[in-house]
Design a protein around this ligand. Structure first.
Ligand code: TRH
Length: 368
């Protein structure tokens, strides 16, 4: 598997999760080539600065500019069109039987995805590159979901939430709890104002990162650092250090509402079976809004029209960086019913099969 980190943690986040699962749950021997061990270190903690190392059974190789990978595996996954190096392509062409070359695409809920999933693009020399599209509908590759994590989620109890939050220093774990992960967003000030103005006892867990400076300025605090707790009226803000991926799931499971972003945390929030707000990765030509709305349409299918409208309005406002007065109150009112619907959505995702399993199944049909 080849992964180039474009920015942030999503590229390696998705690849690391998939690599671990293919190895741990599908018995595959996996080599992960990644060009940025520093970004990787943020989500996996133990990543040595080495050309090669084994992590949780996965052989991890540093894809330096001067590296010449030439793996002769049965399956080669090019993540997010990262372009396989020439040395690797030569190795694939000279193999006696052609390997299965998959381009793992970005996740999207748009209608065209199912019709493009699995299509082959001839690459010469008897090689085909297959487009493997994750998705939310039948006929797509589904989304990542480790069986082990789903099982752990199913047994997560209120007492687990209480002790996990207590471990972070949260003083009132029974209060409405929100996790706030996202990109820089001018709507943060409005959100904090509206949360404070609601008078409700609320915990906000803020992972260190891109939103933190705006949270700090919204509460009139110079800087915020991991481990810090600040109270404003009934609002309690806790700054959380960057957690390993598995522990980040605990944060999502322990919160009543999760603000997430990008691709991987967006999917994890859906498995967490709680309401969530998605800050989609912004694109210059506003193409992301089409993707955002495509997901909203699928996600709210069958919801009462008023509820779907309120969710759509909040998500759009959040992504445009501008919350109108009363929007928090409207979203808050949705939470109890939404909670039940979030469970049903997660069951729908399960019914599609998980991405790693679907990928193995697909590859087996192409292996000659
Ligand atoms: O970090 P992201 O914004 O990632 C990406 C990239 O920008 C990428 O280029 C883009 O293509 C893609 O989004 C759509 O958001 P994402 O995908 O949610 O990845 C964050 C990862 O960080 C995810 O695997 C969860 C992990 N994480 C932790 O492991 N611990 C933490 O404490 C937190 C907050 C996140």
């Amino acid at each position: 598997m080849f992964c180039r980190v474009i920015d942030n943690y999503g590229d390696i986040g998705v690849c690391w999760r998939l690599a671990r699962q293919l190895c741990g749950e599908y018995g595959q021997q996996v080599t992960l080539w990644v060009d940025d061990l520093v970004a990787f270190g943020h989500i996996a903690r133990v990543v040595a600065d080495a050309d090669e190392q084994v992590l949780e059974g996965v052989r991890v190789c540093h894809w330096r500019p001067d590296a010449r990978p030439a793996d002769t595996s049965d399956i080669v996954i090019e993540a997010f069109g990262c372009e396989l190096p020439d040395s690797q392509q030569v190795a694939m062409r000279t193999r006696t039987t052609a390997p299965v070359w998959l381009n793992l695409e970005y996740l999207s809920a748009e209608d065209w995805v199912a019709s493009c999933h699995g299509l082959a693009s001839p690459q010469g020399g008897g090689l085909n590159k297959y487009f493997f599209f994750p998705g939310f509908a039948a006929g797509t590759g589904g989304v990542l979901a480790e069986r082990s994590q789903l099982a752990a989620r199913a047994t997560w109890q209120t007492r687990d939430r209480t002790s996990w939050l207590a471990g972070l220093g949260v003083k009132q774990p029974d209060a409405l709890t929100i996790s706030l992960f996202g990109y820089e967003n001018d709507a943060i000030t409005r959100l904090i104002e509206q949360l404070c103005g609601s008078g409700e006892l609320i915990n906000v867990l803020v992972p260190v990162g891109r939103v933190l400076p705006q949270v700090a300025s919204a509460i009139g605090q110079g800087v915020l650092t991991p481990g810090q707790h600040v109270q404003r009226d009934a609002l309690n803000i806790y700054v959380v250090p960057m957690l390993p991926q598995a522990d980040y799931d605990h944060m999502l499971w322990s919160s009543d509402l999760n603000f997430v972003r990008g691709e991987d945390s967006f999917v994890r929030a859906q498995h967490a079976m709680h309401p969530f707000v998605w800050h989609i990765y912004p694109q210059d030509d506003a193409a992301h809004e089409t993707k955002l709305l495509a997901f909203v349409d699928q996600y709210t299918l069958g919801w009462p029209e008023e509820d779907a409208k309120a969710l759509r309005a909040f998500w759009l406002a959040w992504n445009r960086g501008d919350l109108a007065p009363g929007q928090w109150a409207a979203l808050r009112a949705l939470l109890p019913q939404w909670q039940l619907r979030a469970r049903a959505w997660s069951a729908h995702l399960d019914s599609l099969g998980n991405l790693a399993g679907n990928l193995v199944k697909f590859a087996k049909t192409k292996l000659k």
